[in-house]
Design a protein around this ligand. Structure first.
Ligand SMILES: Nc1ncnc2c1ncn2[C@@H]1O[C@H](COP(=O)(O)OP(=O)(O)OP(=O)(O)O)[C@@H](O)[C@H]1O
Length: 346
């Protein structure tokens, strides 16, 4: 557990970067600090591993005031991941990851075999271990950064905008990977971002900061979207927050109907769903038999936002549901989805 108790940081030039911050980061959760540029997220994060010390107030890690622990000892229990990964350019990927175990006195063989395990854990093929950082893509470098931070198996992981230098598709992949890793590792993670979508996607709790280093709201994502504490939070989480909050409502209540399925498109005077031999949707055939691209799929039981998006994006007006194997399971209309949303409003 990490606790900030009335923590303020004033830099020598008088800038107040963090102002009276009090919050608790529960053990084994991902907490996200989000807010516009310059509102004190990084400063708050760095006060956890003593890269910055507070001017007043107390930061506790597992009940101990961090100021009572010398920085090297403290940092052995705290992994740190930054934007651009911060890898050593002249060391191979494997040796980058093995750095901390080596510094902790492990033999070279043991440190390297641990590093190889970690590369696998973050989803990188073993061959990449021999390369140098510059020979990897941005997304791969970030994975190496995560592997390196995990090398000493620290209970706490601090991540400062770790995925902001990669493109949106790779970024979503890295977010999924982090969630998968976390389900396995159960670390206490503090993650800094200025992207509200990233925050609500990966955070179990989200702390929204405003200018002047003030905490505006600290809540689970669904609550943040449904009940922003004030106008600042409402505008920061965005005007489409109503739609976004549908990510936290599951689609299980939506009755699934059926569409006509075919294996070869043909003119049939009605919309037909083309499926492959295993029943996986391939696209829609229009009444004249032409194949029309478009239409997302959603998994049964997934968030209702996916069901609505599937219906709205479908050329036939029918959103296609698939089972856990990706096979056609039924269709819904946008009207059906909206009725369920309305009825849950109570
Ligand atoms: N060493 C320093 N001396 C003086 N002011 C500083 C120093 N470091 C940070 N600041 C100021 O403190 C405030 C908070 O900075 P911080 O880096 O914590 O913000 P942030 O929310 O992480 O921003 P960003 O999203 O742009 O990284 C800013 O106004 C910044 O200019």
């Amino acid at each position: 557990m990490i606790e900030f108790r009335d923590v303020t940081k004033r830099f020598d030039d008088g800038t107040i970067a963090v102002n009276g911050l009090s919050l608790v980061v529960e053990a084994g959760t991902i907490t996200v600090f989000v807010g516009p540029s310059g509102c004190g997220k990084t400063t708050s994060l760095r006060m956890v591993n003593r890269m910055i010390d507070p001017t007043s107030g107390t930061v506790l890690v597992d009940g101990r005031d961090v100021l009572s622990v010398d920085p090297p000892t403290l940092r052995r229990g705290i992994g740190y991941v930054i934007q651009q990964a911060g890898l050593f350019p002249h060391r191979t990927v494997l040796d980058n990851v093995a750095t901390v175990p080596l510094l902790s006195g492990w033999s070279k063989t043991k440190a390297r075999s641990r590093a190889a395990e970690l590369l696998e854990l973050v989803g990188l093929p073993a061959e990449l271990g021999k390369r140098y950082p510059v020979q990897l893509s941005g997304g791969q470098q970030q994975r190496v950064g995560v592997a390196r931070a995990l090398a000493a198996d620290p209970p706490v992981l601090l991540m400062d905008e770790p995925f902001s230098a990669v493109d949106p598709v790779v970024r979503e992949g890295l977010q999924d990977e982090l969630l998968r890793l976390q389900a396995e590792l159960d670390k206490t993670i503090v993650f800094v971002t200025h992207d509200i979508d990233e925050a609500v996607r990966i955070g179990e709790k989200v702390a929204v900061f405003r200018e002047g280093g003030v905490l505006a709201q600290y809540a689970p994502p669904a609550e943040l979207l449904a009940r922003p504490a004030d106008d600042f939070v409402a505008s920061f989480v965005g005007k489409d927050r109503g739609y976004r909050s549908l990510s936290f409502v599951d689609a299980s209540g939506v009755a699934v109907g059926t569409a006509k399925t075919v294996s070869e498109p043909a003119a049939a005077g009605e919309w037909q769903l083309v499926v492959d031999a295993d029943g996986r949707p391939q696209g829609w055939a229009a009444p004249d038999g032409s194949v029309v691209p478009g239409g997302s799929l959603y998994a049964l039981g997934a968030p209702i936002r996916g069901a609505l998006d599937a219906a709205l994006s479908s050329p036939s007006g029918l959103g296609v549901a698939v089972d856990e194997h990706g096979r056609y399971a039924g269709v819904v209309t946008a009207r059906q989805v909206l009725d369920v949303i309305e009825s849950r409003r109570g």
